[in-house]
Structures are given as C-alpha cells and as structure tokens.
Design a protein around this ligand. Structure first.
Ligand code: HEC
Length: 144
C-alpha cells in the first residue's frame, strides 16, 4: 500500500518535472518582438555587375547631395554609410523611400532639406535604384 502511494507521488512529481521543462523550453523559443531599438542588420548576396552598376548610378545621381563617399554633406543629403537607415531595412523598403522621397516639412525630416522623389531623376527605373541600394548597403555593411 505504502509502496503504491509513494509511486503515485513519484509519478506526479515526474509529470510536474516534465511540465516544468516544457514551459522552460517554450519560454526560450518565443521569438523576440522587433522594436525600433533592436532592429537587426539586413544582408543580401549581390553580384558584382549589380554593385558596379549601382556605383556608377550613385556617382551620377546621388553624390551631389550625399557626397562621393556617401557620408553626407552638411545642409544637403544625409549620411548613408554610418547611419542604420539602409542596413536595417529591406531593399524593398529603401526603394519605397527613395521613390517617394521626403519633403522638407515631412514629420520625419531631420535636416529641413528635401530628399527629392527618385533623387530628383524621375527616369531612374526601380532596377536602377535597386542597384544603387545594393552598392550603398555594401558600403554601409563594410563600414560597420
Ligand atoms: C537634392 C539633394 C538630394 C539628392 C540628389 C539625393 N538625396 Fe537622398 N536625401 C537628401 C536629403 C536632404 C535627405 C535627408 C532628409 C531628412 O533630413 O530627413 C536624404 C535622405 C536620403 C535617404 C534616407 C537617409 C536617412 O538616414 O534618413 C536615403 C536612403 C537617400 N537619401 C538616398 C538617396 C539616393 C539613393 C539618391 C540618388 C538616387 C539620393 N538620395 C539623391 C537629399 C538628396
């Protein structure tokens, strides 16, 4: 009789142990909720041709405001290398930003200077811009 009671207590104890382990594992596998401060770096594998096209495009259409090294010019374009704007966004998100631009009076504008839609060159295609984004991401990631 005593033996049966003891074995029942042991069984219940084991079940609690297993439950506890499951709860502990469950807690570890809950994915972290992304927040503004914990956004992680987004990386891609680009081919050399895209990066070269992007460099040519950047130098032709963006250097006037963002500087040849993409580190920005005071009173003109923002620093695209040291900030985390590009590295924490997908290509699609950066593309959407460049297509739209950011007016000087936009609530998120930090410099009071406008970022023109498509850099001010409406003829630049989405693919042209994606190559430029590839080049800039490569620059920014190499600078981290
Ligand atoms: C006439 C000047 C001008 C040109 C040309 C220009 N930009 Fe900009 N860009 C700006 C300004 C000014 C800002 C910052 C706006 C602000 O203060 O929020 C900016 C911001 C950006 C940002 C966001 C950076 C951040 O941290 O907020 C990206 C990305 C960007 N530009 C990409 C480009 C690309 C790519 C080109 C070329 C196709 C380009 N820009 C051409 C003026 C320019």
């Amino acid at each position: 009789m005593i033996y049966r009671i003891v074995s029942k207590i042991l069984l219940v104890g084991c079940l609690f142990g297993v439950w506890g382990m499951l709860m502990a594992c469950g807690a570890e596998t809950v994915p972290p909720v992304p927040t503004e401060t914990s956004r992680s770096v987004v990386t891609y594998e680009y081919d050399t041709t895209t990066l070269q096209e992007g460099q040519i495009g950047y130098q032709a259409f963006c250097t006037a405001c963002h500087a040849p090294d993409a580190k920005g010019l005071t009173g003109l374009g923002a620093n695209l290398v040291d900030g985390d704007f590009i590295t924490t966004r997908t290509d699609e998100d950066v593309l959407a930003f460049i297509i739209a631009g950011r007016a000087a009076d936009h609530p998120e504008n930090v410099s009071g200077v406008a970022m023109p839609a498509r850099g001010g060159y409406p003829n630049l295609s989405d693919d042209d811009l994606l190559a430029i984004i590839a080049y800039l991401r490569d620059l920014a990631l190499n600078d981290i």
